[in-house]
Design a protein around this ligand. Structure first.
Ligand SMILES: Cc1cc2nc3c(=O)[nH]c(=O)nc-3n(C[C@H](O)[C@H](O)[C@H](O)COP(=O)(O)O)c2cc1C
Length: 201
C-alpha cells in the first residue's frame, strides 16, 4: 500500500504545548452519548478527525485503519443491519428491538475498521495502531466541542458491519464511534492511580 497523498507533510518544529494543556485535554475526553441527534456536524469535521488518525504510530506503515461515516437515513439502515444480524445470531428479542434504533441516537456514526495483516502478529499490531488512531480522533473531537462514544461492534455482527461499510473481507470493526454536539457536560469520574513497576539495575 502506498503512502496516502492526503496528509500535508509535517514540518517538524519544537513543540510548545504545555504538558498540563495536553493532560487537561486527555482528561476532558469522556465517553458520552447525550448528543443532539438532529444537529449535523460542521462540514469537514469527519475529514479532519480521520486525518488525525493517519498520524498515529503504525508498524510497517500499513495504515491499517478504514473509515465509514454513517449519517442521515443510512443510520437506520445500519441499525437494521445490526439488528437483523443479532436476531440471526440468536440474541434476545428485546436486545434486537433496541438495536433497531441504536444508531439514530447521534448524527454521525464513524465506523473504524482494522485491515487484516499478512501474519497474526501484524493483525494484532494493526489493531493496536487503529486504537491509537481512534484516540487521536476522540481527542480531536473533544477539542472541537464534540461528545464521543466508542462502542464495540455487537458479538457475531462484525462481518455484517464490515460489508455494510464496504470494507475488505476480514476487516475487524474496532470502533463504532457516536459523534455529536453534547447536550450536557459529562459527569466527572475518577481514575485509579497508574501502577508502575520501577525496574532498575
Ligand atoms: C475497545 C473499547 C470498546 C468499548 N466499547 C464500549 C461499548 O460497547 N459500550 C460502552 O458503553 N462503552 C464502550 N467503551 C467505552 C468505555 O466504556 C469507556 O471508555 C469507559 O467507561 C471509561 O469512560 P470514559 O471513556 O468516559 O473515560 C469502549 C471502550 C473501548 C476502549
Amino acid at each position: 500500500m502506498g503512502r496516502p497523498q492526503l496528509c500535508p507533510p509535517q514540518k517538524l518544529k519544537r513543540f510548545t504545548m504545555k504538558f498540563e494543556e495536553l493532560r487537561d485535554l486527555v482528561r476532558a475526553r469522556r465517553t458520552d452519548m447525550m448528543v443532539d441527534k438532529d444537529r449535523a456536524l460542521d462540514d469537514g469535521v469527519i475529514e479532519k478527525l480521520c486525518e488525525l488518525a493517519m498520524w498515529a504510530p503504525n508498524h510497517k506503515l500499513t495504515y491499517p485503519w478504514m473509515f465509514a461515516a454513517v449519517t442521515n437515513d443510512a443510520r437506520e439502515r445500519l441499525s437494521n443491519c445490526v439488528a437483523d444480524a443479532m436476531a440471526r445470531e440468536g440474541d434476545k428479542p428485546e436486545r434486537v428491538a433496541k438495536a433497531r434504533t441504536k444508531f439514530q441516537r447521534a448524527p454521525v456514526i464513524l465506523i473504524v475498521g482494522t485491515e487484516q495483516g499478512d501474519t497474526p502478529l501484524r493483525t494484532e499490531e494493526n489493531r493496536d495502531a487503529v486504537s491509537a488512531g481512534i484516540q487521536n480522533i476522540l481527542l480531536g473531537a473533544t477539542t472541537l466541542g464534540l461528545a464521543s462514544f466508542w462502542s464495540s461492534c455487537p458479538k457475531g455482527v462484525n462481518d455484517d458491519v464490515a460489508k455494510f461499510c464496504e470494507f475488505k473481507p476480514g476487516t475487524h470493526i474496532t470502533a463504532m464511534i457516536y459523534l455529536g454536539y453534547p447536550e450536557r457536560l459529562a459527569p466527572a469520574i475518577e481514575r485509579p492511580p497508574a501502577k508502575i513497576k520501577n525496574i532498575t539495575g
